[in-house]
Ligand binder design. Structure first.
Ligand SMILES: Cc1cc2nc3c(=O)[nH]c(=O)nc-3n(C[C@H](O)[C@H](O)[C@H](O)COP(=O)(O)OP(=O)(O)OC[C@H]3O[C@@H](n4cnc5c(N)ncnc54)[C@H](O)[C@@H]3O)c2cc1C
Length: 454
């Protein structure tokens, strides 16, 4: 038997396990023996769902996946997660003194339509006038920084209140220190158009119909659990509570805690991967350069009768850095998702933490107090939570610094045969990108094993 070990039972590792299981099930001559080892007692990594405020399933971290790239939707279909729901389509806002609608026709905050931009209450007239000169401006090389590009084209207000708010909240990032090349929609706009506004208008015109986001009705953990069940049914040995302690390389290949294996997929974040590879230079040294941001989600429920009518029709809001204290974004979860509305309480998921704002020294009480005080002030309601849950996600958002692609190329050169890296630290943070990286790692592993046999 050929032995393959996958380290990490997040969605990337689970997707790799299912793909390897399916390949070996379809081709018995491969004689694969695949083991997935997950350190914690729970599978799913950063996908986690639990009961909250009378609802059976409210996500503690990711609450949806992008539907217009295939990987997550396809995996859900294959592993039998058939009941997918989409957000209600209510509007998101940006808080700046009060809640302002995000103007229509933007691509990750990049304005694509003039009339909604002019009508928007979010931007000053001076900022609107500056933004409208964008198509006339010369193309300037902004390097790989989103912040430099957007400020140079549209001015500081559009950057702070729109693009940095949106992109910053998706990646828990400071867009001045985040790689443009790693945000595909923005990279495509910058690469293919002299004017970002013209490019954004064309991109919004091309938007396919159908929901932008989907989620399993039972929460994102359902996708991880169903993938684990599918991998197990295909013969993979999926072991939660089984941390890997040490990796080593010798003439016979990789050793996992002393046992020789034929191939290894490291599907844990870069920091634990580096620890495991401590003696394997230069790979471990390169991984040491990876950075990640802390995030916490404070979920609260408030009595429905205390929720003002004027906030109906909104899915939540973002807080630009220029006016940020602790809270970066708020999802009105029971308005965003129909299946979470029960008429008795409203559920809010409040995000705290981002690049440059570590949370390790803040107690749960401090997080809760910041969340309730700030959101109460933002929306003009004295929030009195009747249920509270705090979910901490230390070092959960990899920070792709400008030049990230060069770092990836360095990793490719440093990786020894038989080892493949997968997961959010490398090619994409979103759930579909993590699934794709796991499936690619499985395909690369199979290619190598087949080549070795010939
Ligand atoms: C708060 C939050 C909100 C998010 N929102 C969204 C969203 O709405 N949509 C979206 O698409 N994405 C979202 N994301 C991002 C997405 O959830 C993650 O990027 C993705 O789940 C990461 O998957 P992964 O498999 O790469 O890594 P992880 O989920 O980090 O899994 C890695 C696993 O490796 C294990 N491990 C580590 N060391 C060892 C060891 N030595 N031995 C064995 N196992 C080990 C860990 O315990 C962990 O389970 C969000 C993330 C967070 C934290």
């Amino acid at each position: 038997m050929v032995r393959v070990v996958i380290v990490g039972g997040g969605i990337a590792g689970l997707a790799a396990a299912r793909a390897l299981g399916a390949a070996s099930y379809g081709d018995r001559s491969l004689e694969l023996n695949v083991t997935l080892r997950e350190a914690s007692d729970r599978l799913g990594g950063h996908l986690s769902t639990s009961a909250f405020a009378g609802r059976p399933a409210v996500d503690e971290s990711a609450d949806a996946f992008l539907a217009r790239v295939p990987h997550a939707t396809a995996l859900a279909g294959v592993v039998g997660v058939d009941e997918l729901v989409s957000p209600t389509g209510q509007h998101a806002a940006v808080w700046h003194g009060r809640l302002h609608d995000i103007p229509d026709g933007t691509v990750l905050g990049v304005p694509g339509k003039v009339a909604p931009l002019l009508r928007s209450s979010l931007l000053s007239w001076r900022a609107k006038a500056r933004a409208l000169t964008e198509p006339l401006r010369r193309r300037v090389d902004a390097g790989d920084s989103i912040g430099a590009l957007v400020r140079g084209r549209f001015g500081a207000e559009v950057h702070d209140r729109l693009v940095d708010s949106l992109v910053g909240s998706i990646y828990a990032a400071d867009t001045d220190r985040f790689s443009l090349a790693m945000v595909p929609q923005l990279e495509a706009l910058a690469r293919t158009n002299r004017s970002l506004l013209v490019g954004a208008r064309a991109a919004t015109g091309r938007r396919a119909s159908g929901p932008l986001f989907l989620a399993p009705a039972g929460g994102m953990a359902d996708l991880a659990e169903a993938t684990a069940a599918a991998a197990t049914a295909l013969g993979v040995d999926v072991r939660p509570g089984a941390p890997v302690h040490e990796l080593a390389i010798d003439a016979n290949g990789w050793r996992v805690d002393g046992d020789v294996v034929d191939a290894l997929i490291l599907a844990c974040p870069a920091a634990p991967a580096r620890r495991l590879l401590g003696a394997v230079a230069p790979l471990a040294d390169l991984l040491a350069g990876a950075e990640a941001a802390d995030v916490a989600i404070v979920t609260i429920a408030v009595a429905a009768e205390a929720w003002p009518e004027r906030l109906r029709g909104r899915s939540g809001y973002l807080v630009p850095k220029s006016v940020q204290r602790a809270v970066t974004a708020v999802s009105f979860a029971s308005q965003k998702w129909e299946h979470l509305a029960d008429g008795r309480s409203e559920v809010l998921r409040i995000s705290i933490g981002r690049d440059g704002v570590p949370l390790g020294n803040r107690t749960d009480d401090a997080l809760l107090q910041a969340a309730v005080t700030e959101v109460s002030a933002h929306i003009g309601v004295d929030l009195a939570p009747v249920h509270v849950r705090i979910s901490r996600w230390p070092r959960s958002f990899p920070q792709y610094r400008p030049g990230h692609r060069r770092w990836l190329e360095g990793l490719d050169r440093a990786v020894s045969p038989g080892l493949t890296l997968a997961g959010a630290s490398y090619h994409g943070i979103g759930v579909p990108a993590c699934i794709e990286s796991g499936e690619r790692a499985a395909a690369a592993t199979l290619d190598r094993l087949r080549a070795l046999r010939q």
